[in-house]
Design a protein around this ligand. Structure first.
Ligand code: MLT
Length: 392
C-alpha cells in the first residue's frame, strides 16, 4: 500500500480545525472566561418556521408505508430542482432541470468536482480565499497558481492581474468573497467570462454568499453574465442563506453547454453519491416558498445588523476594514501592524474574542483578520464593547 503523498504538501490541519483546537485549549485553561466565537462562518439563528414545518411533515411521511421513500434520485428530487430553477428565474437566469444538481453543500461539491478534471490542469486561485479550493487541488497533486487580491485591486483580482505566462485551465471565483466580503460587479465578472471563453478554461464560481447581496445591480449568479453558461460551473449552498450549516443542502449548476462535463457529473454523482435525504430536500424546498424567503430574509437582515455594528465599531476604533455590506464577513487590517496569528492570540487572550487569521486564507491575508456577523446580537454587542476597551 502506498499512501497519497500529496497530503504531505498540506498544512497539518484544516484552518478551522486548527482554530477550534486552539480555542478549546484556551477554554480548558481558562474555564471562567466567556469566549465569543466570531471565527468560523457558522450561523446561530435557528431554522425558520417554514423549514421546520416542512421537516416535521417529511419525517411523518417517512413513517407511513404509503409515503415512505428509499433511495432518491442522486441529482435531487424534481420538486427541489424546480424550486431552484424558479429561484434562478427570479434573477433572469433560465436553467434546465438537468443542469441542477442537489448536493449536501458547496464545500463537498467544490472538492468533488475535481474528479472531472485531469491532473495536469493549471489551477488559478485568488489569494486570499476559502482554503478548500487550494487544499482539494493539493490533495490531488495539482499545481496551484495564485492571482493576488489586495488593497490595490480592492480584493477583486481581474484578468490583468494574472501573472504573465500563466494559462489557467480551472479558475476559481468566489463572490461575495470569502474572506474579504468583496463583490464583483457585472463588468468585472464579464471580463473573467470572456477570458475563460478565450482561453477555453472553466470557471468554478462559488456563490455561497449570494443572498447577502443587497444591491440589485450586483450579480448573484455568474449566469447573469452573457457567455457564462459556456464556461462556468456554479456552487451554492443553503448553509448561510437559510441556516443549513448542520442540516446540509446545496446545489451545483453544471450547464449542458459545457460539453461532456454535465454527463460526466451525472456519472460521477450516480456512482459516488446517493443524494441528499428526502426530509432535508423538503426542508430546502420550503426555503424557496414565499413564506420561506420572507423568513430567511429576516434572518439575513439580523446578521447584516451585526455586520454594521462590527463595521461601526471598527470605524470608531480607527481600524481599516472592508466587507460586511454584501457579505457576512468583515475583513480588517490587524491593529498595530500585528501579524494575523499574533492578533488572533492577542484578541483571544485579552478580549476572549475569536476571529479568523487572514494568513489562513493565503499569503496576501497576512496582517489581516476576518470577523463574522453570524454570531448572536448579544454576543456581537459584547465582543464589540471588548474591542472598544482594547482599541479605542
Ligand atoms: C468559513 O468560515 O469560511 C465557512 O464557514 C467555511 C465553510 O463554509 O465551510
Amino acid at each position: 500500500m502506498n499512501i497519497n503523498t500529496n497530503y504531505e504538501n498540506l498544512e497539518q490541519s484544516y484552518l478551522f480545525s486548527t482554530i477550534a483546537k486552539k480555542v478549546n485549549e484556551y477554554i480548558s485553561n481558562n474555564p471562567d472566561k466567556k469566549v465569543i466565537r466570531l471565527g468560523i462562518g457558522d450561523v446561530t439563528l435557528p431554522l425558520c418556521k417554514a423549514v421546520t414545518e416542512a421537516l416535521h411533515k417529511a419525517v411523518d411521511e417517512m413513517g407511513v408505508q404509503s409515503t415512505f421513500r428509499g433511495y432518491g434520485p442522486e441529482q435531487g428530487y424534481d420538486f427541489l430542482r424546480e424550486a431552484v430553477q424558479g429561484y434562478y428565474k427570479k434573477h433572469n437566469v433560465e436553467l434546465e432541470l438537468d443542469e441542477i444538481f442537489i448536493s449536501d453543500g458547496a464545500k463537498s461539491d467544490l472538492g468533488n468536482i475535481l474528479d472531472l478534471f485531469a491532473k495536469d490542469n493549471t489551477v488559478l486561485v485568488p489569494d486570499p480565499v476559502y482554503p478548500v479550493y487550494v487544499d482539494t487541488n493539493v490533495m490531488a497533486g495539482r499545481e496551484v497558481k495564485f492571482v493576488d487580491a489586495n488593497g490595490d485591486n480592492e480584493f477583486l483580482p481581474g484578468v490583468n492581474d494574472v501573472e504573465k505566462g500563466v494559462f489557467p485551465d480551472i479558475i476559481y471565483i468566489c463572490s461575495p468573497n470569502n474572506p474579504t466580503g468583496a463583490v464583483y460587479n457585472k463588468e468585472q465578472l464579464k471580463s473573467w467570462v470572456d477570458y475563460a471563453l478565450e482561453n477555453k478554461s472553466v470557471i468554478l464560481f462559488d456563490s455561497a454568499y449570494e443572498c447577502f447581496i443587497s444591491d440589485k445591480n450586483l450579480p448573484r449568479s455568474i449566469y447573469e453574465i452573457e457567455g457564462a453558461k459556456d464556461c462556468a460551473i456554479e456552487f451554492c449552498s443553503l448553509s448561510k442563506t437559510a441556516g443549513f450549516t448542520g442540516t446540509r443542502c446545496g446545489y451545483t449548476i453544471v450547464p449542458k453547454n459545457l460539453g461532456k462535463l454535465n454527463k460526466m457529473w451525472v456519472r460521477r454523482q450516480t456512482t459516488k453519491f446517493n443524494g441528499v435525504p428526502y426530509i432535508v430536500q423538503r426542508a430546502a424546498e420550503a426555503v424557496f416558498t414565499d413564506e420561506g424567503q420572507k423568513e430567511i430574509g429576516e434572518n439575513i437582515a439580523y446578521y447584516k445588523e451585526n455586520a454594521k455594528l462590527i463595521s461601526d465599531t471598527l470605524k470608531e476604533c480607527g481600524i481599516w476594514h472592508v466587507g460586511g455590506k454584501h457579505s457576512p464577513y468583515i475583513w480588517l487590517r490587524c491593529p498595530n501592524n500585528m501579524k494575523s496569528w499574533e492578533f488572533f492570540d492577542y484578541l483571544l487572550n485579552n478580549a476572549q474574542v475569536v476571529g479568523t487569521p487572514g494568513a489562513g486564507f493565503g499569503r496576501n491575508g497576512e496582517g489581516y483578520f476576518r470577523l463574522t456577523s453570524f454570531g448572536s446580537k448579544e454576543n456581537t454587542i459584547e465582543a464589540m464593547s471588548r474591542f472598544k476597551k482594547l482599541f479605542k
